[in-house]
Design a protein around this ligand. Structure first.
Ligand SMILES: *Cc1c(COP(=O)(O)O)cnc(C)c1O
Length: 379
């Protein structure tokens, strides 16, 4: 039969009517730039993330870029982050003329190793960007402690982690100075194109972000700052206002799918043999429901590349997030890193594989995925 990595058609089918209705409403109103749908979404997402303010922007990438701009990061500054993430995390830093400084990951969570950050901090360091990879929080307590002592801003890259709770129950994006969300279609809350959001508890920073979003203009055509066009599209905001109503249900189903995978994999004996290592909810605390929102379900596996070829043949969707850590990317060669600098990131890039976890995935499909993987290790 085959199982796709993501099935957006199945995801959107039950929402078709509701989505078409709001699209029609926006088109009828002809209010395409900002407006009430955007304000409503900002208020709702701020509350969902337990933050005081939210600023809708054009993408998750632009959420990172505008946050760095608002914090005054520029040439001569250093920003410490993980080498194991989607490109935008480091790309945004470099686009402002600042230097990304990498710190290896902690191998169980795949997130930046909190104990290794301080060594990378210098007098030039302006900010830290922890990434909540795959939908699990980075270890924020030691990160915030260090940031406080060294007077650093913390930008949470929560693109894969809307609603994720750290072990103390606080939600991703509300712990640091700012949090960056993405509504790219493959994220847990995805729109029908590109959109993103910045959340923050700092009212002055929120105001600065709002002004930067419209070319730094306030009042209109008077510019104290140099910003850009970072506006969220109103049509996307309207769609997201519909989809946000369902987010908790989708998260619950992703978590149920993760649990079913655990059961199915344990039955194969593959984890005991070490052929497959299941993902761990490292910061799970009792009574907290959003310990991991499973934007991706990522296994460590033996003979990864052959397994992927095997699954492709069976029509089972699988992907590598991410095959090349930042410090080994061609465009960052000038930074002077070399192979071996971040062994855990390099190992993760070589032995991980993401398998389907989307909310509409059925138990039969999951059984097919696990069978597909099992048949490879029998060979
Ligand atoms: C998706 C993603 C981004 C970028 O978001 P876009 O909306 O695609 O620009 C940034 N960081 C991480 C970790 C992501 O997964």
């Amino acid at each position: 039969m085959g199982v796709p990595l993501l099935d957006l058609a199945a995801h959107h089918a039950p929402l078709q009517k509701e989505i078409m209705a709001v699209l029609e409403q926006v088109v009828r109103s002809q209010a395409f730039i900002l407006g009430p749908e955007v304000a409503k979404l900002e208020e709702r997402v701020a509350s969902y993330c337990q933050a005081k303010a939210a600023i809708g922007v054009s993408s998750g990438t632009d959420a990172l870029l505008i946050s760095l701009m608002a914090l005054g990061v520029g040439p001569g500054d250093e920003v410490v982050t993980t080498p194991y993430s989607f490109f935008a995390t480091a790309g945004a830093v470099v686009r402002l003329g600042a230097k990304p400084v990498f710190v290896d990951i902690e191998p169980r969570s795949f997130n930046i190793h909190p104990d290794k950050i301080e060594r990378a901090v210098t007098a030039k360091t302006k900010a830290l960007i922890p990434v909540h990879l795959y939908g699990q929080s980075a270890d924020m307590a030691p990160i915030m402690d260090l940031a406080g002592r060294r007077k650093l801003a913390v930008i949470e890259d929560a693109a894969q982690a809307i609603g994720t709770e750290y072990k103390d129950g606080r939600r991703a994006g509300s712990i640091g100075t700012v949090g960056c969300l993405s509504f790219f279609p493959s994220k847990n809350l995805g729109c029908l194109g590109d959109a993103g959001m910045v959340v923050t508890n700092d009212a002055d920073l929120a105001e600065r972000l709002r002004v930067l979003r419209v070319h730094g203009s306030k009042p209109k055509y008077y510019h104290k700052l140099i910003g850009g066009n970072f506006r969220i599209d109103t049509i996307q905001a309207a769609v997201l206002n519909v989809k946000l109503n369902y987010l908790d249900g989708w998260t619950k189903r992703r978590q149920e799918n993760a649990q079913r995978y655990e059961t199915l994999f344990r039955q194969t004996g593959l984890p005991e043999r070490g052929a497959v290592t299941l993902p761990e909810a490292v910061y799970r605390a009792s009574g907290k429901s959003h310990y991991h929102i499973y934007n991706q379900f990522v296994l460590r596996v033996e003979r990864r590349d052959d397994l992927i070829a095997h699954l492709k043949q069976k029509g089972i969707g699988a992907e590598i997030y991410y095959p090349v850590p930042f410090h080994l990317q061609e465009c960052f060669r000038y930074l002077g890193y070399k192979e071996g600098d971040f062994p855990e990131s390099e190992r993760a890039a070589k032995d991980t594989i993401a398998i389907p976890i989307y909310p509409e995935l059925t138990a039969e499909q999951q059984a097919e995925v696990v069978e597909g993987i099992g048949s490879f290790y029998k060979k």
